[in-house]
Write a protein that binds this ligand. Sequence first.
Ligand SMILES: Cc1cc2nc3c(=O)[nH]c(=O)nc-3n(C[C@H](O)[C@H](O)[C@H](O)COP(=O)(O)O)c2cc1C
Length: 184
Amino acid sequence: MKLLEPIVTRRSIRKFKDDPVSDAQVELLLQAAHLAPSGSNTQPWTYIVVRSEETRRKVMEVSHEQKWMMQAPVFLVCVADLGVRIKEGDLPAINEESALPEVKLIIRDAAISVDHLVLQAESMGLGTCWVAWFRNEEIRPVLGIPDSHYVVAVVPVGVPDQTPMPRPRKEFGSMIYREKWGQS
Ligand SMILES: Cc1cc2nc3c(=O)[nH]c(=O)nc-3n(C[C@H](O)[C@H](O)[C@H](O)COP(=O)(O)O)c2cc1C
């Protein structure tokens, strides 16, 4: 059990080799996502595996044209199912500004599964980067996702062609209070 290693070595990778990512590798990543914990065990995530160059390009274009994404041979798109907590009739148009409390829980849970996937990728020598710089109104139609679902992240996956230095983090102690808010 050496989980800390991929946690420490993982970086956002934005440059990939031409090497392929196999279906078996994608399967392992999805299995890691599948086992993520979630509030009330709702498991509100679905993944779309996108290999088609045309579809990847459309996803890239609605992700503010982050051209580096196209180097990754596969995108794993995490889609959160709002229906696990909100009755269909009560579903308003959901976008990045939606204030519904359940939406936060659903996105929280789906994000945990993405983290599982990303760390599993690191342990397999694959590179990933979270991409969430898109608007749901724009990305949903590209992938035919119904309005009852919310795209949490696109994760380009590929064989890394860069070894970035660790990106800065806040000072370790600054994120910890003891016993009470504000108490170091
Ligand atoms: C929710 C989320 C959204 C992100 N969206 C993008 C993105 O659209 N494009 C991008 O290049 N990086 C994106 N990132 C990557 C962050 O910039 C990166 O995680 C951060 O700078 C720390 O670097 P590290 O991942 O190498 O530790 C995102 C990360 C998260 C967690």
